[in-house]
Design a protein around this ligand. Sequence first.
Ligand code: ATP
Ligand code: MG
Length: 401
Amino acid sequence: MNQTTQKTPLPAREMFLLKMGEIVLKGLNRKSFEQRLMGNLQRRLHPFGKFRAYCRQSTIYVEPINDECDLDGAWEGLKQVFGISGLSRARSCPKDKDAFVEAAKSYLGDKLLAAKSFKVESKRSDKSFPMTSIQLSQYVGGLLAEAFPHIKVDVHNPELTVYLEVRDFAGYVHANPEPGAGGLPVGSGGKAVALLSGGLDSPVACYMMAKRGLSLDMIHFFSYPYTSEEAKQKVLDLAKIIAPYCGRMNVHVVPFTKIQEDLRRNCPEPYFTIAMRRYMMRIAQMVARDIDAHALVTGESLGQVASQTMDAMAVTENVCTMPVFRPVIGMDKEEIVRIARKIGTFETSILPYEDCCTVFTPRHPKTRPTVDELVEIEENYDYEALCREAVEGIEVVKIKP
Ligand code: ATP
Ligand code: MG
């Protein structure tokens, strides 16, 4: 953010106006949410060139500093930043009624030519501007209608709405605002560890929790050679796909083979999956403590499989002292798939690589296990030592958007 130079007008270029979402409802700590959002924005913009970004009256202005900036890339990138509810590509102009007309004609000329009907809507936050919003809309609308005689004015259901904004430092002309990613800035809600498998559900769960402002590190349990290098790569690919939403992250790849082999020897088959899930939660929690994360995230959905019944989840959660967030708990597969398609994880998630959960699946898994049963089973093996060993063997892979 460049606070000091924001008043210096840059030459008129295309720029972006971003609307903040839920942050505007925040009270005293709103400033810290805004700062978090501005930091996230700057990081997102960085690969696309030099931009100046600053915030005034719940609007964020993003202006390219020179002609080398990749505006289309930045535009797509900004649509994935949580905390922004809407965005428009705009053109700045002097705060003068005829300058608005000229800017609208040149910047929105193609759109005005293509549309059959339009209206002009003005917003005036600079109260010293000599016209009211309605007067400005009527003035500019009238001259545009003359300049583009084929287009009808329709104030109720126009095909095109031309927006004029009279702001502190300049005027802005834009059309066709698009929805932003919504939610809260990543990091504003603290940090959590997400259990990322190669399936459909967990990447969607990560996206949903990042949208609520969590910054995430991922943990993946890898059972080589029962699960292949390709299966691991698939998980890293998924992390890469969601990174534009979630931000930079580490993927902690946990060697899980020894634990699974030990379970096969020492755990009665019907309890195998639930015992394994207790291991996963224990290890995830150890990693979380190490990196100062305060919650876990999973892609569990109630009733989807035997280990996701209410009783099974109670047994899994029993080993946790931190909250476990399961954002897809009440969603159907179809709803999860819809989000997976939207965020681009679907095609990768459905690649047919095995997961450690699918390599030793019990024929008749226990759907109503109890904590007492598991505590008794766990007397057969030294889970603490195995967890420690697994954590020591973790490989950390850094992922950047
Ligand atoms: P997903 O589609 O996310 O793979 P799933 O329906 O296949 O979920 P399970 O295999 O029972 O369900 O796993 C439930 C949750 O446990 C997953 O959503 C994920 O959060 C976590 N999980 C499962 N396997 C792994 C793994 N190998 N590494 C990390 N987390 C895992
Ligand atoms: Mg899975």
